[in-house]
Design a protein around this ligand. Structure first.
Ligand SMILES: Cc1cc2nc3c(=O)[nH]c(=O)nc-3n(C[C@H](O)[C@H](O)[C@H](O)COP(=O)(O)OP(=O)(O)OC[C@H]3O[C@@H](n4cnc5c(N)ncnc54)[C@H](O)[C@@H]3O)c2cc1C
Ligand SMILES: NC(=O)c1ccc[n+]([C@@H]2O[C@H](COP(=O)([O-])OP(=O)(O)OC[C@H]3O[C@@H](n4cnc5c(N)ncnc54)[C@H](O)[C@@H]3O)[C@@H](O)[C@H]2O)c1
Ligand code: SF4
Ligand code: FES
Length: 804
């Protein structure tokens, strides 16, 4: 039987994904011919922003190279545009006069940039941002000129503006309405975004309507309806897109805004289909790849005569690809009389989260500054789950709360790669079925990570979780954050090799792509610099919010205060004082913590310093990436089973390591006999007394990733124990990644390796010496703040932390 002739107009992302799906279902079914106006094979249009921002070359973003077409016996005509479709005789005609007959025809013509029909729009230096050519036009302009204006403060305009800043241009963004990305963000989130981008160097002209682009042959500036003007050597129009549907309508295919299709992607003419941005389905046209790839799958099943699950439309979520900006938006963005809203807003930390509910279902999500919960919430929204059994707290995790959402907790159907519709379950099955070991292999096999690339860190986590020891994390270089391509280890090596001493200097010398850094890299750099240079002056403003405040911020915007109680031992005087302070400052809850401390919960920000003063006790660092507590049992002092003085040792350890900066929090414990009443088996360092000595366990964790500690050594004396523990902690400090718990670190390095280092006497002595130098630098923070009026005003007095 001869093959049917399949012709596709358009060689872009949605079209080629359709062909890939067709080749999977029926590799021998069609003789395929593709026409593309652009002179390139299929490339990742999404990554044009990355190319413009200087993080990739055009060659890096090719999705299907020339070989792919050849290997799949596809005839490809690039740089050739179809100008006529004769649906009666089933053939297409190109601008080169080439006539190609078809049995099945697919329109995959995408969209074009919407260009304002203004006087001067055809001047040199005015461009859209849609393809490689536009990107090259902008890059060329940046080599010769200084000043750019972007019209449109949406996703595209802001990504373009960020790229032009990276290329050294001064950039104004002209926006029609009062806040940025008004289609995705409400005014509060829009304002937060504006502030961040202003810090990065962008200038905004809001509520401005352009009337004219003036200049000579080349643009010189813009004029607005209010009579004002702004200079410009380059104007980038990013005010939306228009589906390329004219050819279809001229060929008699029904067109509204886009080419109208039914649930099987069929147009009004038999054997003619449309897919991607050019298609209009149930009156909606889409501008993100996720829905387009869903359409591609349905269309492939249809033309291959497979059982088809009809396309019923998509819910989309948007994120901005600009370093230092963490936002997510999906569905409705403003509440109305029929909806209710749960909102968390911490202006100080720059975090805003809003979930809109109707009939106990999520109908809208807006998040800025912390989007960790976005995939989970988006899943609840798309599945239309009844959320009435979830508390506000379960829906919106406050900042500073431990993420409850580990890979373990993730349901199999949770979407990992939104662009390509790949769930955790799909990835885990592919890892097992195809013996995959790297992110690149997962990408090749499942498509996850193949578009915007944002999901790659989660794919790496899933690989690690699924493969355990077989996972070679060294192969998976993960950048510290979007501000740099360097990994944590590479940044630390550079700090040491180049003798970098401040955050600013590190960012400059290592060519940070975002001058100010972001909430991921600033705290990490602050930690690494302090770890490498004991004399480093801590940059408080680069700390995570709880550390900056020296108190844990709570769900309702109040704080918790937990004073230090060495080894979990207190006195009657301290308890009386705590009681008096709790009464005087109307502290609503006094709670014993899991680490044997007393927490005063619900302290108002303006009362924090007075509470510290009247308690007159050191900070317990319940908020810090440092030693939290050393939990102890009563031990030989009172217990008849006790073989050792656990309270004495616990207090000594806590006094030794209090305030020590570590990559993540460190919990310790001392039990005086193997009955282990203070749970030494699930601590970062857990000590158990035995007859004639101590056992030291490390890498234990009692949290979401439950892990029993490994026995590191059995020692006879307290001196040996202290020397080993100090060396262990210092080695963790020097080689752990910022925010990596010892449980993960021990697994990454392997217990044998750690033992080998600690058994080497010279190394052990050096580690102890470096730790001693570091420990000298720490001071008690609460009393320091009480001596410092400026700090009190800046952090606790004038500013208002808003939580609604
Ligand atoms: C800078 C930028 C950043 C983006 N970022 C994201 C993002 O982060 N996430 C996301 O989901 N989406 C993003 N998008 C949108 C995404 O790239 C598009 O949704 C997707 O590329 C659309 O695919 P398509 O195949 O429908 O159209 P296209 O990729 O535009 O392909 C259509 C092709 O058809 C060709 N063509 C048109 N008419 C003819 C003709 N008559 N004859 C021959 N060829 C023709 C065009 O030249 C074009 O090459 C971004 C887009 C841009 C421009
Ligand atoms: N990160 C991403 O997901 C991403 C990135 C880039 C592009 N895209 C996609 O590309 C497409 C185009 O993006 P876009 O940002 O151009 O479209 P958009 O429609 O999302 O935003 C256009 C913005 O321009 C503003 N605007 C309209 N007319 C204006 C005028 N005369 N003057 C000033 N401002 C004006 C609008 O108010 C709107 O905010 C969209 O489909 C988008 O989803 C997505
Ligand atoms: S661990 Fe042993 S010594 Fe400590 S309290 Fe429990 S039984 Fe007593
Ligand atoms: S989420 Fe975009 S590639 Fe995975």
């Amino acid at each position: 039987m001869s093959k049917k002739r399949l012709v596709m107009i358009g060689n872009g992302m949605a079209g080629i994904r359709t062909i890939e799906e067709i080749l999977k279902l029926g590799p021998e079914m069609f003789e395929i011919t593709i026409f593309g106006s652009e002179p390139h094979p299929n490339y990742n249009r999404i990554q044009l922003s990355t190319v413009l921002q200087g993080d990739a070359e055009v060659s890096d973003i090719i999705l299907n190279d020339w070989n792919w077409y050849e290997e799949n016996k596809i005839t490809l005509y690039t740089g050739e545009t179809i100008v006529k479709v004769d649906t009666k005789n089933q053939r297409v005609i190109s601008n080169e006069g080439r006539i190609t007959p078809y049995d099945e025809l697919i329109f995959a013509t995408g969209s074009s940039s919407l260009m304002l029909p203004l006087p001067g729009v055809d001047k040199k230096g005015v461009t859209g941002f849609r393809d490689i050519q536009d990107t090259e036009t902008m890059m060329e302009a940046a080599r010769q000129y200084k000043k750019a204006v972007v019209i449109g403060g949406g996703l595209l305009g802001l990504e373009a503006a960020r790229g032009l800043l990276n290329l050294g241009m001064k950039v104004d963004v002209v926006h029609l309405v009062g806040h940025l990305m008004e289609r995705q963000l409400d005014p509060i989130a829009g304002e937060m975004l504006k502030q961040e981008l202003e810090n990065q160097g962008m200038n905004f002209l809001l509520e401005k309507k352009t009337t004219e682009i003036f200049g000579d042959e080349r643009v010189r500036g813009l004029r607005f309806t209010d009579g004002t003007e702004v200079e410009a050597d380059l104007v980038v129009m990013a005010i939306g897109i228009v589906p390329n549907a004219l050819l279809a309508s001229e060929s008699g295919v029904r067109v509204n805004r886009g080419i109208v299709v039914n649930d099987l992607m069929q147009t009004s003419i038999p054997h003619v289909y449309a897919v991607g941005e050019c298609a209009e389905h149930r009156e909606v046209t889409y501008g993100l790849v996720a829905p387009l790839y869903e359409q591609a799958k349905v269309l492939a099943e249809k033309v291959c005569h497979r059982k088809v699950l009809p396309y019923e439309g998509s819910v989309t979520g948007a994120q901005l690809k600009v370093a230092g900006v963490d936002l997510f938006s999906a569905g409705e963005i403003t509440e109305d009389a029929t909806s209710t809203v749960i909102r968390f807003h911490n202006e100080y930390a720059g975090v805003y989260k809003k979930v809109i509910l109707r009939d106990n279902q999520i109908v809208g999500i807006v998040m800025y500054g912390d989007t960790k919960e976005s995939t989970r919430l988006f899943r609840l929204m798309t599945l239309k789950e009844d959320i009435s059994n979830l508390t506000d707290m379960e829906l919106l995790q406050p900042i500073g709360a431990e993420g409850t959402h580990s890979i373990n907790d993730m349901p199999d159907d949770e979407m990992v790669c939104g662009c390509n519709g790949v769930s955790k379950g799909d990835i885990v099955s592919a890892i097992h079925e195809h013996s995959l070991h790297s992110v690149e292999e997962v990408k090749g096999c499942t498509n996850a990570g193949r578009s915007c690339g944002r999901c790659k860190p989660i794919i790496a986590d899933i690989l690690e979780h699924t493969l355990g020891e077989e996972f070679d994390s060294s192969e998976q270089k993960v950048a510290m954050c979007g501000c740099t391509p360097l990994s944590h280890d590479e940044v630390v090596d550079e700090i040491k090799e180049k003798g970098l001493t401040t955050i600013k200097e590190t960012m400059n010398v290592l060519a940070w792509q975002n001058e100010e850094g972001c909430t991921k890299c600033r705290p990490a750099l602050n930690y690494y610099l302090g770890m490498v240079h004991p004399e480093y002056k801590d940059d408080r403003n680069s700390r995570l919010v709880n550390e900056k405040m020296h108190a844990n911020i709570q769900k309702d915007g109040t704080y918790s205060v937990v004073p230090r109680m060495y080894g979990g031992v207190t006195t009657a005087q301290d308890l009386i004082r705590i009681g008096q302070v709790a009464e005087k400052y109307h502290i609503p809850l006094v709670k014993m913590t899991g680490g044997q401390r007393i927490a005063l919960m619900g302290v108002k920000k303006e009362d924090l310093t007075a509470v510290w003063k009247e308690l007159d006790m050191p900070s317990g660092y319940a908020y810090g990436k440092t030693l939290r507590t050393v939990k102890t049992c009563v031990g030989s002092t009172f217990c008849r089973f006790g073989t050792q003085d656990s309270m004495g040792l616990g207090q000594e350890l806590e006094r030794m390591f209090e305030r020590l900066d570590t990559p993540h929090k460190v919990k310790m414990s001392v039990s005086a006999c193997p009955r282990n009443c203070s749970e030494s088996g699930i601590k970062d360092v857990g000590v158990v007394g035995i007859d004639g000595g101590w056992e030291i366990y490390v890498g234990g964790n009692g949290g979401t990733d439950l892990r029993a500690g490994d026995l590191l050594y059995t020692v006879k004396t307290k001196e040996e124990l202290l020397e080993i523990t100090r060396a262990f902690l210092q080695y963790y400090r020097e080689t752990g990644h910022y925010l990596e718990r010892t449980s993960k670190w021990v697994e990454r390095f392997g217990l044998d390796h750690i033992k080998e280092v600690l058994e080497n006497e010279a190394k052990r002595v050096e580690l102890n010496a470096r730790l001693s130098r570091t420990l000298e630098r720490y001071e008690e923070p609460w009393s320091k703040i009480l001596e410092d009026d400026t700090a009190q005003n800046n952090y606790y007095g004038k500013r208002e932390v808003l939580t609604t």
